[in-house]
Design a protein around this ligand. Structure first.
Ligand code: HEM
Length: 429
């Protein structure tokens, strides 16, 4: 009887991009299996391209800081049939800058985005939150917390710090969406990008003439030969329009859902504010917004888990899956507001890690504390479900109807604490 020689194990077939279950923030149910059985999977993306999908903590941690992987521009990846090889680059953000220009920009931004600077801004951040909540409360309940607070708060906070007029949002928000969007043609994408560049350039002219206490003023005055160039500052401004607030909104909105959908979580934070800094870190770990949204491209072949990532291939290090890796986090799928060790990867690592991490933490701490002070009995509005965009890998509620007045039982003093006076004490970032 002849026996055939052993065959090398076939590569697992490509899978569809895992998505969070409908009507939830996620994470996708496949993460646990992928981490165990197929830590480097090939995924098919809805746009037709394929990419490598890395889900284990140590792989994600290493890949995101690996210099053999660059951040491709929106022109270079995903491949699009309407793109010619000699096309002008469209939207370039800070993430696609490299080398000395990127280093000069990072150096110039280190101080204004530092823990110290963010701490100094906490009282102002709190006034911003309270002002928005005044308007939100005045509009009556139930109210949509996303439109009334969770969306405008990070946008306003970024605008105040960076020096972008919040009043111009009707102009730049739709264009920023279009510049990023897969729904526009390359020509349309280039046109809105050029409008946004002109907008930032004219803003910088104004900062030269009328200096203000903001990041853009600091940058235009730091420009000079051999240091920072004006083009890099425009790139930074563009990055703020497309990436400086939306992720914070998503995290804040998911944080409120996570706190309100389990009976004691919101009340626990309300009654013990000392938990807030650790709770913010845990919410950043637990909330699965970063589901393969960081796209890298290999510039040389890389071997990992007996598979070969070839030069030119796209790689998605899935931060949200790394943050649920049971090899690193005990009881990883549980939101533990008192978790002690929390080396989450939510803000990335390496040369392109998030410059806004301290600001994002502060927005979350201040935003939550402002809500806890204002609405001790905040709850999801009865009979009105939050709306979710189920097509997207990164999810937060599009609307979040909430109520805040005492229920009849609570008004009679059953079960709920008395309303606390509004505190203006800013929490640490
Ligand atoms: C919870 C909120 C946020 C999260 C989870 C987040 C996450 C991230 C991650 C993972 C990266 C690294 C991407 C990569 O490696 O390619 C990044 C980069 C970046 N983030 Fe954030 N971010 C948040 C908020 C902010 C805010 C508030 C700002 C500024 C106002 C900001 C500005 C930036 C910039 C400019 C970069 C690019 C840095 C570079 O390329 O050198 N982010 N962010």
């Amino acid at each position: 009887m002849s026996s055939s020689p052993p065959q090398p194990a076939a590569d697992p077939p490509a899978i569809d991009l895992p998505l969070p279950p409908p009507g939830t923030m996620g994470p996708p149910t496949q993460y646990g299996w992928l981490r165990r059985e197929c830590p480097l999977a090939e995924v098919r993306l809805p746009i037709g391209a394929t990419a490598w999908y890395a889900t284990r903590y140590e792989d994600v941690r290493d890949l995101i800081a690996d210099p053999r992987l660059i951040r491709p521009t929106i022109n270079d990846w995903p491949p699009r049939p309407d793109r010619a090889a000699d096309d002008e680059p469209g939207l370039i953000t800070m993430m696609e800058l490299n080398g000395p220009r990127h280093e000069a920009l990072r150096r110039a931004l280190a101080e204004p985005f530092s823990v110290r600077s963010v701490r100094r801004r906490l009282p102002r951040l709190r006034r911003t939150a309270d002002g928005l909540l005044d308007d939100f409360t005045a509009a009556g309940q139930p109210g949509d917390l996303v439109g009334g607070f969770l969306e405008p708060f990070p946008l306003l906070a970024m605008c105040e710090l960076v020096g972008i007029p919040y009043e111009d949002r009707e102009y730049f928000l739709p264009r920023a969406d279009a510049a990023l969007g897969a729904m526009v043609t390359l020509d349309e994408g280039r046109e809105v990008t050029s409008e946004l560049r002109e907008y930032i350039a004219s803003l910088l002219d104004r900062k030269r003439r009328e200096p203000a206490d903001d990041v853009l003023t600091g940058l235009v005055h730091a420009c000079g030969p051999g240091t920072l160039d004006g083009e890099s500052v425009v790139t930074f401004g563009l990055s703020m329009l497309v990436a400086g607030y939306r992720t914070s909104t998503m995290f804040l909105a998911d944080a409120v859902v996570a706190l309100l959908t389990a009976p004691d979580r919101y009340a626990r934070l309300r009654d013990d504010r000392g938990l807030l800094p650790g709770a913010v870190e845990e919410l950043l770990r637990y909330i699965p917004v970063m589901n393969g949204v960081v796209v890298l491209q290999a510039v040389e072949d890389i071997e990992l888990h007996d598979r070969r990532i070839r030069a030119g291939d796209a790689v998605l290090p899935v931060l949200a899956s790394a943050n649920r890796d049971e090899r690193v986090f005990t009881d990883a799928d549980r939101l533990d507001l008192c978790r002690a060790e929390n080396p989450h990867l939510t803000f990335g690592r390496g040369a392109h890690n998030c410059i806004g991490a301290h600001l994002a933490r502060a927005q979350m701490a201040v935003g939550l504390e402002a809500l806890l002070d204002r609405f001790p009995r905040l709850r999801l509005a009865e009979g009105q479900e939050p709306a979710w965009d189920d097509e997207s890998p990164s999810k937060s509620p599009l609307t979040l109807p909430v109520s805040w007045h005492a229920t009849t039982a609570a008004a009679q003093g059953v079960g709920d604490p008395p309303e606390r006076p509004r505190s203006h004490r800013p929490p640490p970032p």
